[in-house]
Design a protein around this ligand. Structure first.
Ligand code: ATP
Ligand code: MG
Length: 253
């Protein structure tokens, strides 16, 4: 059974058609990337997959069942995942678990157990303003991952970071995925990020968005910085660019 199956998905807001006949599936343990022009409907797609909004046509199946917030199958890190400035990092990362009914003590213990892995050990009692941008993003990701849901949705998690930090974070995430084998759907504008991390890259058209290409990434795992300069890496980037041709501007990294 696919972890995620999207069939003939359409979404309109009044007269604005955002998604049209969009099909996409993700298998258990797969890292999928979704790339597409700004405003094409990527965040809208995630809102439907997480059950926060309803499709106009078509359907979303998560582990064979309908998408809903209550089903607890999807952990969603939204594009602007803000940490509460008045809460410590530990309290921020335990927040999602607490919101779903886990007791405060257990929620904190489970979040705390991940701090070392996320390069945040020693910062449990710090406040968000005391962390670097990359650390804040890792904390937001920790808050999402600690929920241990079957599917992780990451909407441009590194979009706001400077290029060097972003590369560090991408390499770090590649290593984390290698160990944890989460089922991930990552939205990104960054072709290089998609190639480094994903098993398959789904390319969206401009609005109304539909999938215009699915490009497999043939690079062996584990992947690291040495892969950036291989001919296979460049060839895969070219195939994605090719599929994006005809779509509007895609920000370069
Ligand atoms: N709740 C809403 N009501 C009306 N229009 C909406 C709503 N949500 C999104 N839209 C519109 O849908 C379109 C797609 O928005 P969306 O945020 O999904 O794009 P995106 O691909 O995530 O863009 P970006 O790459 O810039 O994050 C935009 O034109 C946006 O204005
Ligand atoms: Mg978006």
């Amino acid at each position: 059974m696919s972890s995620l199956r999207i069939e003939g998905l359409g979404k309109s807001f009044d007269d604005l058609e955002v998604l049209r006949d969009l099909d996409l599936s993700v298998e258990p343990g797969e890292f999928a990337a979704v790339i597409g022009p700004s405003g094409s409907g990527k965040s809208t797609l995630f809102n439907l997959v997480s059950g926060l909004d309803e499709p106009t046509t078509g359907r979303v199946l998560v582990q064979g069942g309908p998408a809903s917030v209550e089903s607890g199958k999807v952990a969603y890190m939204p594009q602007k995942d803000l940490l509460f400035p008045w809460r410590t990092i530990l309290d921020n990362t335990a927040l999602g678990l607490e919101a779903q009914g886990t007791g405060k003590k257990e929620a904190r213990a489970r979040a705390d157990a991940l701090f070392a892995d996320f390069g945040l050990d020693g910062f449990q009692k710090a406040y968000p303003a005391q962390l670097s941008g990359g650390m804040r993003q890792r904390a937001s990701l920790l808050r999402t991952v600690v929920l241990e849901r079957p599917v992780l949705l990451l909407d441009e998690p590194f979009g706001a970071l400077d290029s060097l930090t972003r590369t560090d974070m991408q390499l770090w995430l590649a290593g984390m995925w290698q160990r944890h084998r989460w089922t991930v759907v990552l939205v990104t504008h960054d072709i290089r990020e998609a190639v480094l991390l994903a098993d398959a890259v789904h390319v969206l058209s401009p609005r109304p968005a539909t999938v215009v290409g699915r490009i497999e990434v043939p690079l062996p795992r584990p992947r690291g910085a040495e892969d950036f300069t291989t001919p296979e890496f460049a060839a895969t980037e070219r195939r994605i660019l090719e599929a994006l041709k005809g779509t509007t501007a895609v920000a370069s990294p």
